[in-house]
Design a protein around this ligand. Structure first.
Ligand SMILES: Nc1ncnc2c1ncn2[C@@H]1O[C@H](COP(=O)(O)OP(=O)(O)OP(=O)(O)O)[C@@H](O)[C@H]1O
Ligand SMILES: [Mg+2]
Length: 262
């Protein structure tokens, strides 16, 4: 199988603190890898390094054959849309002045696609795909629930027609049943569009539904990795066992109090 993303020896320092330490992994095209670890283990920092929101101190990030870690910013820009990120708190990342339809049409505009009408039509289709009716497309973010806003964030990421979708705790602010709905949509999209996934969560329970393989991160280092079901069934590392216990503890599945339902 073709490797879409190959990360080798990734290291990130914040001042004197090494928060990601010699992390290597790869994801085949169409594959789904999860990174799990407790709060502060360095998960988001890895995601941020991949989309160059933070510059690695060492290591390579090879995306479809090109090493991004070495590339100057202006050369990365044309590739940006191919890796899209869905964030934990979509509210913070959705422009409050725009309607859902305009938000989802924006990446299409940036990519110079079609007329405005075409783009808005496509945006409506994408919103419907993630379960938001066309009749709600003219509402602004504040008029949606947390789960619905998360769907807008996913539709917007899809608009860029990415190869790789990075979901950083995309469902952890949501209650369990809303989480399950969104995880199902993501799993379906993966099949339909052949999307490649990097799924970040502090919960092994969440990644079980959406990943083939899992990598367990502790203090910026990989402590365990393997096929998701195997790691869940037979965790080798004590830290993984501790994470797994949280799977059985509903209050810990989300890690925090659910905010609102969709
Ligand atoms: N901009 C920053 N400057 C300095 N230190 C930072 C910065 N961002 C994160 N850190 C530190 O880096 C470490 C890893 O943070 P990171 O956000 O990657 O963890 P995480 O695994 O995503 O945690 P969470 O599950 O809470 O989202 C933490 O100790 C954090 O305090
Ligand atoms: Mg994080």
């Amino acid at each position: 199988m073709n490797t879409l993303l190959d990360v080798n020896g990734l290291t990130v320092d914040y001042g004197p603190h090494r928060v990601v330490d010699d992390v290597s992994f790869s994801i085949p095209a169409g594959g789904a890898l999860a990174i799990v670890g407790e709060s502060g283990s360095g998960k988001s920092t890895i995601a941020r390094a991949l989309v160059r929101l933070v510059r690695p101190s060492a290591g390579s990030i090879t995306f479809d054959g090109t090493d991004l870690a070495q590339l100057p910013e202006r050369k990365i820009r044309p590739m940006r849309h191919r890796m899209q990120m869905v964030f934990q708190d979509p509210y913070g990342s959705l422009d409050p002045h725009l309607t859902a339809r305009q938000i989802v049409a924006e990446p299409l505009r940036r990519l110079g696609q079609g007329s405005r009408r075409d783009r808005e039509k496509e945006a409506t289709v994408l919103l419907e795909r993630v379960g938001l009716p066309a009749s709600s497309a003219d509402r602004k973010p504040v008029e949606f629930s947390g789960g619905q806003r998360q769907r807008i964030g996913i539709a917007r990421a899809l608009a860029a027609a990415p190869d790789l979708l990075i979901c950083d705790e995309a469902t952890s602010a949501l209650d369990v049943s809303v989480q399950a709905n969104i995880l199902r949509i993501l799993a379906d999209l993966r099949r339909e569009r052949g999307l490649t996934f990097l799924f970040i969560s502090h919960s092994l329970g969440v990644v079980r539904a959406v990943s083939d393989r899992v990598l367990v991160l502790n203090g910026g280092k990989i402590v365990e990795e393997g096929v998701t079901d195997e790691v869940l069934r037979r965790p080798r590392h004590e830290y993984t066992r501790r994470l797994r216990r949280s799977v059985l503890e509903p209050a810990l599945i989300t890690g925090r109090k659910p905010r609102r339902t969709a």
